[in-house]
Design a protein around this ligand. Sequence first.
Ligand SMILES: Nc1ncnc2c1ncn2[C@@H]1O[C@H](COP(=O)(O)OP(=O)(O)O)[C@@H](O)[C@H]1O
Ligand SMILES: C[C@@](O)(CCOP(=O)(O)O)CC(=O)O
Ligand SMILES: [Mg+2]
Length: 327
Amino acid sequence: MVTSSAPGKVYLFGEHAVVYGEPAVPCAIERRARVTAEEIDEGLVVHAEDLKLDGFTVEYTGDSTDLPDVDAAKPLLEASMGYINEAVTQVRDAAGAPDAGFEIWIESDIPLGAGLGSSAAVAVAAIDAGCRELGVELDPEDIADRAYQVEAAVQDGEASRADTFCSAMGGAVRVEGDDCRRVGGVEHLPFVIGYDGGAGDTGALVAGVRALRGEYDFAADTVGAIGDIVREGESVLGTGDTETLGELMNFNHGLLAALGVSSRSLDTMVWAARDAGAVGAKLTGAGGGGCIVALDETDAALTALRYTPGCDEAFRAALDTEGVRAE
Ligand SMILES: Nc1ncnc2c1ncn2[C@@H]1O[C@H](COP(=O)(O)OP(=O)(O)O)[C@@H](O)[C@H]1O
Ligand SMILES: C[C@@](O)(CCOP(=O)(O)O)CC(=O)O
Ligand SMILES: [Mg+2]
């Protein structure tokens, strides 16, 4: 039996636009998903106690014909099981063991569906644990690539390599299409996270941006302008110029809001952090609900968020320079 863990992430810049080939800079954070895998004779048994669907805790056998006995919509359950099912498919493929059976336990500090990349962290940790259990060591780039295949399969092709590459490698990364690399020289960023307790539907939000982009040239230009922000941001990343990073994050949030992926609670948390003196604040990930990320060296934004109606939880999340690892 082996356990692997992988970090969640925040987007400093570039979510959504990265789906259309613009660059993005996600940063791994010290909140992890841990996956334990044990080889069994056949089939797949998954214990995912954090996976709450409308209040149910799900423990399922990973055969989609054998859905757990809970009162939740079948597509929702199938999508939820999809990340682990697809990760196991990748493990069997990598190990050349199409019939390998697994019992899998998932435990995670990353809120689900909130823009902190829980799906990528679970996929990355599951692939690493499953492969090591079968005696196969993949390097982090291969794990990232296979975890991307998982997200692409579950999200009907609507996924970038950003979350999975970031979770596998750790630190700050830059992703532009298939070109994925680590960004050197970034050791510390004073991230503060505000979480509204909710979640966004990544697939629907991506589809909404795709539709707007098709309908209006200025929406396509907005996506391109997010790419310009990323290119500008890269030039100051690692220089210690937090003020400029913050200003660019604020601009990025405005453009994401224009594309329709913010929400009242995300905007409220963004303004609470800014009013408290954060140098910048934006939503992170797909949006619609979930988390914002602010930059603040002091405790002011953290404290303000804790007193902000609609903010369920606020916490610091240090940059995690380590990606996937054996536990
Ligand atoms: N702890 C967990 N246990 C099982 N599945 C998880 C866990 N965390 C995340 N997932 C899977 O990832 C999905 C959320 O991914 P997604 O909608 O992309 O949001 P995000 O990646 O921003 O958290 C969940 O619905 C579930 O399928
Ligand atoms: C909207 C998007 O750019 C980021 C989604 O991030 P998250 O799953 O909400 O953490 C989609 C993607 O890059 O796959
Ligand atoms: Mg995700």
